[in-house]
Design a protein around this ligand. Structure first.
Ligand SMILES: [Zn+2]
Ligand SMILES: [Zn+2]
Length: 135
């Protein structure tokens, strides 16, 4: 049994099972339940609002975010929500179409006739040197 002083309250505890004493661990579990409930009710609540209303220290929130136990929607992310050019569903920044539409685009080939005639037109223009915009 590895005894250590709790980094939060200083009490002796068994280091091999927890990273703080059972009392502090219990307190943390109590706080995260309240925080999770608060975030469910206030989906876009910023960090400072949770700190004030749940009375939880910021380092604890940071710890939970790292552990992926809670998640904050950053206001700027909310503002710049992107939508798929094809179906309009929300997509991640950096891409312009969603996965579903991307796969559909890859697998769905245009009809052969249209494709070949377009290539034909292009080569014809190249030969004759006409300046025509192809739409
Ligand atoms: Zn403690
Ligand atoms: Zn889409």
């Amino acid at each position: 049994m590895a005894l250590a002083n709790c980094p939060r309250c200083g009490a002796l505890f068994n280091k091999s099972t927890l990273d703080c004493c059972p009392a502090c661990h219990e307190e943390e579990e109590r706080l995260i339940k309240i925080t999770q409930a608060y975030l469910r009710a206030h989906r876009n609540a910023p960090v400072f609002e949770v700190m004030q209303n749940v009375d939880v220290p910021q380092w604890m929130l940071d710890k939970w975010i790292l552990e992926k136990r809670i998640q904050f929607v950053k206001p700027e992310e909310e503002m710049s929500k992107l939508r798929c050019l094809y179906c309009g569903r929300e997509i991640e920044p950096g891409i312009s179409i969603c996965k579903t539409c991307h796969i559909r685009k890859l697998t769905e080939k245009p009809p052969m006739g249209k494709n070949s005639s377009e290539a034909e037109t292009k080569s014809k223009i190249k030969r004759t040197g006409m300046h025509v915009k192809i739409r």
